[in-house]
Design a protein around this ligand. Structure first.
Ligand code: GLN
Length: 491
């Protein structure tokens, strides 16, 4: 039998349906791959017993012809998703050994459709970061290395464990979340496909909150088709999240292979940065040429407020984070550090439980929301956010179907190489992705090429609200033209 871990999700679905192998065999193949790849630190909790039990149960269902759309498919779950009876920490010390008594809506829909949970995946603490270096469980290794080098690179963040595990063939797909780029940037760094759907498409219920007006869940997968299959199960209205939208979930997979002829693709001139590596520039033109060859029309567009997106994001996101993270006080759950008074208990717990980056965000957030600074920072950032959204609306009003940009300004970098002295150096990773969260739009990152050192690079497509289907159709064109990329195994 060929190595079951190298199949795509769609191929595995066929193999399971044809009874070429069972879910238990597929699950066992992935569990043993996970064991051999512990050096990557992608999983913070392996759940082999649960995985085998789920696989056996689904095998029985498949035998009875009752398997759902993801029947028997082994997945990894970002540790930001609450999983009933399985430790969920958001990779923060402050959550300690928190074991939820409930399941997030997104993961419960995956289990409803027959998927199997392999374990919980590493991420930046509370999803704050772009390199998976802020996790209390330590950094994640990218399965990709520079040609001829032994340096371990970051997989991007905050969904670094998800991206690394999918790229290293440890799971067939993974859940992830994206507040400013955390699905798309790690996907680009690992040659995987990541889609952040429209704000409101997936329920946020049971996902540890970072910045509630920006957070969205989405999948990281090996192909656009696999991502489409996963999103279909993850998306949908949930009365428990008032921001989730009550519109039907399309069959996203039907968009794969659909013609893109006549589509208008915007190329935003403001995304051409000074000092951007020539390879990224080249990749962008190549991507545009592929879409053109498939019959799409390229149109230069302007998104004039792009340059304010990152500074505005670093006001809005920390402001919301400081409010969301106020609940971690050592009283109800997680870590508790005693003190002489209740205030001291709060202070000791929070000082001990939060890592440096999270403390920085809480301080920035508290500052921009404080009396006297609220108007100057927070309110101003909200106004800028409206302008950023309007830039996109103007574009779409002119008949643009989707916008093509690079996903990241560089390829993956080494652990510890960025952001040590200046956090902004790290924040710049999301320069092309934050605008999309600020506007609430869907965005997909698709592997598109390699840099001179052999590292993968990705392109991003940004769509109209709730038009993920167009992104899947266009993403597939890029995937077909660029081919698929798999890292050479060194672990
Ligand atoms: N890198 C960004 C941040 O640190 C975005 C993270 C995310 O999307 N969760 O805030």
């Amino acid at each position: 039998m060929t190595d079951l871990t190298s199949l795509t999700l769609a191929e595995a679905r066929k193999g399971l349906a044809d009874k070429t192998f069972t879910s238990l065999e597929l699950t066992d193949a992935h569990l043993s791959a996970i064991e051999k790849a512990r050096v990557l630190n992608a999983f913070v909790m392996e759940t082999p017993d649960q995985a085998r039990a789920m696989a056996k149960a689904v095998d029985e269902k498949i035998a009875r012809g009752e398997g759902g759309p993801l029947a028997g498919i082994p997945l990894g779950i970002k540790d930001l998703f609450a999983t009933k009876g399985v430790r969920t920490t958001a990779c923060s010390k402050i959550l300690g050994n928190f074991v939820p008594t409930y399941e997030s809506t997104v993961t419960s829909q995956l289990w409803r459709d027959g998927a199997v949970m392999l374990g919980k995946l590493n991420n930046d603490e509370f999803a704050m970061g772009s390199a998976n270096e802020t996790s209390c469980f330590g950094p994640v290794g990218n399965p990709w290395r520079r040609e001829g080098s032994n340096t371990t690179l970051v997989p991007g963040g905050s969904s670094g464990g998800s991206a690394s595990a999918v790229a290293a063939l440890l799971c067939m797909g993974a859940t992830a979340t994206d507040t400013g780029g955390s699905i798309r940037q790690p996907a680009a760094f690992t040659a995987t496909v990541g889609i952040k759907p429209t704000y409101g498409r997936c329920s946020r219920w049971g996902i540890v909150a970072f910045a509630s007006s920006l957070d969205q869940a989405g999948p990281i997968a090996r192909t656009t088709r696999d991502a489409a299959m996963l999103l279909r199960s993850m998306a949908g209205h949930d009365p428990k999240d008032t921001t989730s939208v009550d519109i039907p979930v399309p069959d996203y997979e039907a968009a794969i292979g659909k013609s893109v002829k006549g589509m208008k693709i915007g190329i935003p001139r403001e995304y051409r940065l000074d000092g951007m590596p020539a390879e990224i520039e080249k990749l962008w033109s190549e991507g545009a040429a592929w879409l053109k060859a498939a019959g799409a029309e390229l149109v230069e567009v302007s998104l004039p407020h792009t340059k304010y997106a990152l500074p505005a994001y670093y006001i809005v996101a920390p402001a919301e984070a400081s409010s969301n993270l106020a609940r971690y006080d050592g009283v109800r759950y997680g870590l508790r550090e005693q003190g002489k008074s209740i205030n001291e208990l709060y202070e000791n717990t929070r000082a001990e439980g939060f890592g440096a980056e999270v403390r920085r965000r809480v301080m920035i957030g508290t500052y921009v929301l404080s009396a006297g600074y609220y108007d100057a920072y927070y309110l101003r950032a909200q106004k800028v956010r409206t302008l950023i959204k309007k830039d996109f609306e103007d574009c779409f009003a002119k008949g643009i179907d989707a916008i093509l940009t690079p996903a990241t300004p560089s390829a993956a970098f080494g652990i510890g190489e960025k952001g040590g002295a200046d956090p902004v150096e790290m924040y710049l990773n999301d320069i092309f992705t934050v605008t999309v969260n600020m506007a609430g739009l869907p965005g997909i990152a698709v592997p598109s090429g390699k840099d001179a050192q052999g590292l993968p690079l990705g392109l991003q497509l940004i769509g109209r609200p709730f038009d993920e289907e167009t992104l899947f159709s266009l993403g597939e064109v890029i995937e077909q033209a660029a081919g698929r990329f798999t890292p050479a195994r060194w672990w």
